[in-house]
Design a binder for this molecule. Structure first.
Ligand SMILES: Cc1cc2nc3c(=O)[nH]c(=O)nc-3n(C[C@H](O)[C@H](O)[C@H](O)COP(=O)(O)OP(=O)(O)OC[C@H]3O[C@@H](n4cnc5c(N)ncnc54)[C@H](O)[C@@H]3O)c2cc1C
Length: 499
């Protein structure tokens, strides 16, 4: 065992899409800063960011019904949908900047155009969808959205879903062609390749064990080199804990007051993947339905065309489930070891409040393959069980904290937790997730580097022209940015010969 002391400007813990995005932003804003990355696995993008571990939806609220809710008076609240769409536009702009600057290449290896469709059945759901369409389609960000409740049209949009459908229940869908499928694993790997070429030090198979403040206000990070068993100590003025499900434990080790009274609740995921090329060919969309009553928002069922390893594939899910692990490669003690004296009451309160959710997740985890196929049958009436196999997806650790709604409230969004002096920040939670990585990492910059923002702003605006501007209120700017990013990222469907 050795105990080396190595100094650097920035340490990124974890090689997922969040660290990749923050590192890429910082390399453009402060190229002279020295950055080190520590990742416990052998490669980048192997946990939640991996293409098989998430659904790859470029979340822009084009089809996800849980981003729009019905008010008491029957009107539709679209504020969250607009917010998420604006955030996704920031990602599109930053990715386009990286492509235009030749910092990453071949955008079709990580982003592909795919229609985003919402599909519902039953009178109440159809009425909700129609109202949602009316509320959104006037907004410039959603103006290409189409609505239909005629079976002939729906057969054109989703032939596989309509074939063999005998129910007389009303059915309706909205479609928007400018949706995307994003391979966040490929994107993560591309970003780290780019960072490596800019002298960022990548340390794989290096697991961070502890983080402590030093007398000069920097942070000392204790790292275990898995191959040689040695312990190294590295210090940095700024540490970002981008460890996905591993972030909560590391945040707790910092001991900062902001890390107290926060807990995590893991929700696991499963997909059904189609192994029949004839079926895969018949579907070309991401089709989101409505979450079942009592189901958490992240388990909204969807049938997705995906592009993985330059191959078209078809996934259905995710089925939520319960596992005490915080990472797919984590430990069964993750949940219990995250309970500390300072968050015990918060966790207990959540345990009492979220009994129904826990029961739901346990019941989901017990589902047999045939039961999962029954759920898929609601999407594909003629589904054959043998055409589908189970794929284990990533873990999502939902944040539990004390809010105005009470002690131990489960959160479904992402949270940037940072020290008051901005010297350390962690990202907790996983929704909308990777799609909004650029927005979330800009938040990290705003919280942790306020002293540099004025100097950085012109560069941020060069990379992300809509930074600080509402695109909803500036439809011309939106159109300009949308067309430009569409061209740079190769998202104009006509340009693609892929099928
Ligand atoms: C089932 C599912 C479906 C999803 N669908 C979507 C979707 O459709 N669209 C979307 O935008 N988002 C989606 N998400 C969310 C998205 O995947 C995550 O928000 C995103 O990948 C998180 O990235 P990250 O970098 O924070 O974490 P990760 O990708 O998990 O990376 C964290 C890294 O930190 C490493 N690490 C952990 N602890 C340590 C340690 N102590 N030392 C060193 N390294 C460590 C891990 O090995 C890992 O490589 C989904 C997630 C799941 C689970």
């Amino acid at each position: 065992m050795s105990n080396m002391q190595k100094k650097t400007d920035v340490i990124l813990i974890g090689a997922g899409v969040m660290s990749a995005t923050l590192g890429s932003l910082l390399k453009e804003l402060a190229p002279e800063w020295e950055i080190k990355v520590f990742e416990k696995l052998a490669n980048a993008g192997e946990e939640s960011s991996n293409e098989w571990n998430n659904a790859g939806t470029g979340h822009a609220a084009l089809c996800e019904l849980n981003y729009t809710s019905e008010n008491g008076d029957g009107s539709i609240d679209v504020s969250k949908a607009i917010k998420i769409n604006e955030q996704f536009q920031l990602s599109r702009q930053f990715w386009s900047y990286l492509v235009n600057s030749n910092l990453i290449r071949n955008p079709q290896d990580f982003i592909m155009p795919i229609p985003h469709i919402s599909l519902v059945q039953g009178e109440n759901n159809v009425s909700f969808l129609k109202k949602r369409f009316e509320a959104l389609s006037n907004n410039p960000l959603f103006q290409e959205m189409e609505y239909s409740d005629t079976p002939e049209k729906l057969k054109e949009w989703v032939p596989l879903i309509m074939e063999g459908r005998t129910s007389n229940e009303p059915i309706a869908a909205t479609k928007i062609d400018s949706g995307t499928d994003v391979n966040f694993g490929a994107l993560t790997r591309m970003l780290f390749d780019h960072l490596k070429s800019k002298n960022v030090e990548m340390n794989y198979k290096h697991s961070v064990k502890d983080i402590k403040r030093t007398s000069d206000g920097s942070w000392e990070v204790k790292v275990h080199d898995i191959d040689n068993g040695k312990i190294e100590n590295h210090t940095a003025k700024f540490v970002f804990i981008g460890s996905g499900g591993g972030s909560l434990h590391l945040l707790q080790k910092t001991g900062i007051p902001e890390s107290k009274h926060i807990g995590g609740f893991p929700v696991s995921g499963l997909f059904l993947a189609c192994n029949n090329p004839e079926i895969i060919k018949q579907h070309h969309a991401k089709v989101y339905g409505k979450a079942k009553v009592g189901a958490p928002p992240m388990s909204v069922p969807h049938l997705d065309t995906r592009y993985i390893d330059n191959k078209k594939t078809l996934l259905f899910g995710p089925f939520a489930g319960f596992s005490p692990k915080f990472l797919k490669t984590g430990s069964n003690f993750d949940l219990i070891s995250s309970i500390k004296p300072n968050n015990l009451l918060t966790m207990l309160a959540a345990g009492v409040k979220e009994m129904a959710l826990t029961q739901y997740l346990i019941q989901q985890v017990m589902l047999s393959h045939e039961k999962r196929i029954e759920e898929l049958r609601e999407f594909i009436p003629n589904v054959k069980s043998e055409d589908w196999e189970t794929v284990v997806a990533g873990q999502r650790v939902q944040v539990i904290k004390d809010t105005e709604a009470g002690r131990g409230t489960l959160q479904f969004g992402t949270e940037v937790i940072s020290a008051a002096d901005g010297s350390v920040a962690a990202l907790l939670g996983a929704s909308p997730g990777a799609s909004t990585a650029v927005h979330v990492m800009l938040e990290v910059l705003e919280k942790c580097f306020p002293q540099h923002l004025k100097e950085w702003e012109p560069k941020i605006k060069e990379m992300i022209p809509s930074y600080g501007v509402s695109l909803t209120e500036n439809p011309e700017l939106f159109q300009e940015i949308f067309t430009l990013t569409e061209q740079t990222l190769g998202l104009s469907e006509k340009e693609l010969a892929f099928s």
